[in-house]
Structure formats: structure tokens, C-alpha cells
Design a protein around this ligand. Structure first.
Ligand SMILES: [Cu+2]
Length: 151
């Protein structure tokens, strides 16, 4: 399913705080996201769970989800992805392919095949935020867009 959106809203008992949980999976052993986009509301508490359903060896098929800052056009998003991607490749294995870059908003830790990794955050101001995997050059094809809408 293209543009697969696997999301559900969990209501935690007690405090009544809602967390919008979004599941992002790779397309099995293809270096692309099966979850190519999702939509959240600005100000919402969001949990991204990256479910690495790939098989194989972890030094090839590990993934993370790195959400970049918003950009208004496809060209500007591409330029940012290229810039962060090159910095990630430069950071290399020693730094788990994670660069210091002002264009990075948030990330999950890396997870190898069969593992999950997650991050919780408050959805930022409305706009289109690209997300990539920065591991070992995967950013060239593992891309998606987080759409943030107004309340
Ligand atoms: Cu990856």
C-alpha cells in the first residue's frame, strides 16, 4: 500500500493525556520506507515507533528515523536532505552515521533487524517535515514526509 499510514491514537488512563502513535516500517529489505508519509496536529504529543521489519545483518539493515526541519518546497526539502545526508555519511560508522546538523529536529536511536526504536515529541508548527534514515547512506532512498496541520 503506497503512502501507508499506520497510526493509532492511544488514550492513557489516569492522566487523560493522548499520545498519537505513528508506526514507521521499512519496506522489508528494500531501502525505502513503507510508511512514506503521515499527518499529525501541531501541538499534539506524538510517538514515532520505527519497527524494523527487515531481516539480515545489522551493519547493513539497521535504521533510524531522523526528522528534519520543515521546508516549503520539494526542492528545498531535497537540498536539506542532501546536506544532512552528506554530513551523516561523513560522520560515519564511528558516530553511528548521525551528524550534528542544525537542520535536524529529532530522531529515534538506531535499531537493527527485528527491533523497534522510538521517540516522543510535541508536534511542531504546521508544515512539511522530511524524514530520512541516516544509516550508511540509506538517506538516498529512505525518505518520507511528516505533515503537520493546524489544530
Ligand atoms: Cu536505514
Amino acid at each position: 500500500m503506497r503512502f501507508a499510514l499506520i497510526a493509532m491514537i492511544l488514550v492513557l488512563g489516569g492522566c487523560g493525556k493522548k499520545i498519537h502513535t505513528v508506526y514507521i516500517q521499512p519496506d522489508y529489505n528494500e531501502l525505502k520506507w513503507k510508511t512514506e508519509s503521515f499527518t499529525v496536529t501541531s501541538g499534539a504529543t506524538v510517538k514515532i515507533v520505527m519497527d524494523n521489519i527487515a531481516s539480515g545483518i545489522s551493519n547493513v539493515m539497521s535504521h533510524n528515523v531522523v526528522v528534519l526541519d520543515k521546508r516549503d518546497t520539494a526542492e528545498a526539502r531535497e537540498a536539506l536532505i542532501q546536506d544532512v545526508g552528506r554530513a551523516a555519511t561523513e560522520a560515519g560508522e564511528e558516530r553511528e552515521f548521525f551528524p550534528d546538523h542544525p537542520g535536524i529536529l529529532l530522531r529515534t536511536p538506531l535499531a537493527g533487524p527485528g527491533l523497534k526504536t522510538e521517540v516522543v515529541f510535541t508536534a511542531p508548527t504546521p508544515g512539511d517535515y522530511p524524514y530520512i534514515c541516516t544509516f550508511a547512506g540509506h538517506w538516498q532512498t529512505m525518505r518520507g514526509i511528516m505533515h503537520v496541520t493546524t489544530k
